[in-house]
Design a binder for this molecule. Structure first.
Ligand code: ADP
Ligand code: MG
Length: 590
């Protein structure tokens, strides 16, 4: 608009203005330069890439690679808009195997900085080109080794408005380092170095994927607690460096998703990882998982976001399911063991003899005479134990210990010692003592039962009526198909009134729980089934504070100790276990 609000005549922007506006799309801060330069060096087939930044990249960003380099002819045009060696036609976009393809990075960088490139193709002379604000100042033969060195100085000197928005050097450094890691993680076969203000800050030698992650976050992960999982599907492959459930965190920082070696923000996949772990972590905690998906390039479109952070998928739902399944099936074979997580490096006493002796002498367990002895005496008596096994003082009021065989392993006897605080079932097997959380244990058992039951359904004699507000009704309607699939049928009566008509046989009598679940839905849940079963299991399970008779308790213990994954559907451990060995260690420290 002109000054007096009369629209001016349309005119074409001068190239230099247009270029700078376009540059702003791609180059936003120093880390955007870092991103584009790293992409190019990786695309050039480098095996060694060194990145240097000064003053957060504002003063200078330099990248040195040993890739295939550029010829003099390439150098002459590489900084012009739409110059790329990576695609020719639209069809090439479907076969893309490079990180770059739009041919706009170097031209954008050239428009907003002072750019100098020295490059050498094998068996040819190296050349150097200097470009300031999109203008070539010189091009000449130079010295240099195979590969490319790029210097980007004085960022945004030609766009003062943008320069004002730069943060302090330290903040920009952090941004550059974060990007450096994002780029380096999916390429463990390439060696990377990162220097800031002339100091080496990170060295990531060529290694395996798992080692790359451990080296990239040296203070965070130990290799022992990361596991590599992979599964292949028709159009895609999934590789996960999955954290041990013991590594859980209170934020999502270490749930990272890479698609075709680019880090992406795809919340559906972050959620898939969370669902995969949900039964194995305490509520409110997030897992550690680095997810690398390789999809046939024709099934994804990266060309919808300037920084390629968002992607369109043709088979998002399917990949989502595969991620959940891959993680779940891995974790279900994974025996989470408390003793492992609390073990320390102290040299341990050898208790094997003691344990063996206990195993041999069933009498030791079967009818323990409760004798009060001081802990010191107990400790001293270790080498002379023969007839008595000492439950500590508090157990005196409990039931006579009950012995049953453990169905999972008929050699082991379960000794049930009673209920403690109406919360825990105290149990011993061999030299392990278990505090079983009665509610969590029952909840998990019911959950497994619900999940394994077949989908036979039954009509309710009397339909269960309920009401939903507008917002909840909308959500509910989008979920209806999934409910139907699970065996629940509903009918709308108009005016936000509904009735539940049919349910799977295992949930007869639980209509109220089901309807409460429907009414309390907060958002669409990808794993409705798991949530619903968890909810039903939780509501139907024995509660904390319930008094349990011996027969029920033993039945519950047997089932609990045969659980594959001893965590309730919300991730709470079902029992706490402590071995004789640990108890003695504990006493020795007193
Ligand atoms: P794109 O990566 O989308 O092709 P760029 O503007 O990032 O576009 O780069 C333009 C071209 O310059 C690339 O296609 C590539 O041929 C060449 N190039 C850039 N950086 C390098 C490098 N480090 N080594 C070899 N060639 C490079
Ligand atoms: Mg590029």
């Amino acid at each position: 608009m002109s000054k007096n609000n009369i629209p001016g005549r349309i005119k074409l922007l001068r190239d230099s203005v247009a270029l700078r506006i376009a540059a702003g799309e791609v180059i936003d801060r120093p880390f955007s330069v870092v991103r584009e330069l790293l992409d190019n060096s990786i695309d050039a087939g480098s095996t060694n890439i060194d990145l240097y930044i000064d003053e957060g990249g504002i003063a200078n960003i330099r990248i040195v690679d040993n890739g295939h380099g550029m010829s003099r002819e390439d150098l002459e045009i590489c900084y012009l808009p739409y110059s790329t060696s990576k695609i020719d036609t639209m069809e090439d976009l479907d076969q893309l195997s490079t990180l770059g393809f739009r041919g706009e990075a170097l031209s954008s960088i050239a428009a907003c900085s002072k750019l100098e490139i020295t490059s050498k193709v094998k068996n040819k002379h190296p050349n150097n080109i200097i470009i300031h604000s999109s203008k070539c100042l010189s091009i000449s033969e130079s010295g240099g080794t195979d590969g490319t060195v790029i210097d980007v100085s004085d960022l945004f000197y030609s766009i003062p408005a943008r320069k004002k928005f730069l943060k302090r050097a330290s903040a920009e450094t952090t941004g550059c380092k974060k990007l450096f890691l994002e780029k380096a993680l999916p390429f463990p076969e390439i060696s990377f170095k990162f220097f800031s203000d002339k100091k080496l800050k990170m060295f990531l030698p060529a290694s395996s994927l798992k080692d790359r992650i451990v080296t990239a976050y040296p203070d965070v992960f130990s290799k022992k607690l990361l596991h590599g999982i992979s599964s292949n599907f028709k159009d895609y492959k999934i590789k996960i460096i999955a954290g041990d459930p013991a590594l859980h965190r209170t934020d999502r920082r270490y749930i990272q998703i890479f698609l075709n070696k680019r880090k992406i923000n795809e919340f559906a996949f972050v959620q898939a990882v969370e669902y995969g772990y949900s039964e194995f972590l305490p509520g409110g905690n997030y897992p550690v998982a680095f997810l690398f998906i390789d999809v046939d390039p024709s099934l994804v479109d990266f060309n919808i976001h300037p920084a390629k952070k968002e992607v369109r998928f043709r088979n998002l739902q399917e990949i989502h399911r595969s991620i959940v399944d891959t993680i779940k099936s891995f974790l279900s074979t994974f025996e989470y063991n408390y003793t492992k997580s609390i073990s320390n490096n102290e040299p341990s006493r050898d208790f094997t003899g003691f344990t063996e002796m206990l195993k041999e002498k069933d009498t030791v367990y079967q009818h323990s005479t409760v004798e009060r002895e001081g802990t010191r005496e107990l400790y001293k008596s270790i080498n002379t134990v023969n007839k008595t096994y000492f439950p500590v003082d508090k157990f005196k009021t409990l039931n006579e210990p009950t012995v049953v065989s453990n169905p999972g392993n008929s050699n082991n006897k379960i000794i049930y010692m009673g209920q403690l605080f109406n919360l825990f079932l105290l149990t011993a097997i061999d030299d392990i003592f278990y505090f079983i959380d009665q509610h969590a244990a029952h909840e998990k058992i019911l959950f497994n039962e619900f999940k394994s039951k077949n989908r036979k359904t039954q009509e309710l004699l009397i339909p269960y009526l309920f009401e939903l507000n507008d917002e909840k009704e909308k959500l509910f309607i989008t979920d209806l198909k999934e409910y139907n699939y699970l065996g629940f049928s509903f009918e709308s009566l108009g005016n936000n009134n509904w009735q539940l008509l049919e349910v799977p046989v295992y949930s007869i009598g639980k209509e109220e729980i089901i309807v409460n679940f429907v009414q309390s839905q907060k958002g669409r849940l990808a794993d409705l089934e798991t949530e619903l079963y968890a909810n039903m299991a939780c509501k139907s399970a024995i509660k904390d504070g319930d008094i349990i008779d011996n027969i029920t308790a033993i039945e519950l213990i047997e089932k609990t100790l045969n659980l594959q994954n001893a965590r309730c559907p919300h991730g709470r451990p079902v029992w706490f276990q402590v071995s004789v060995e640990e108890l003695f260690h504990f006493l020795v420290r007193l």
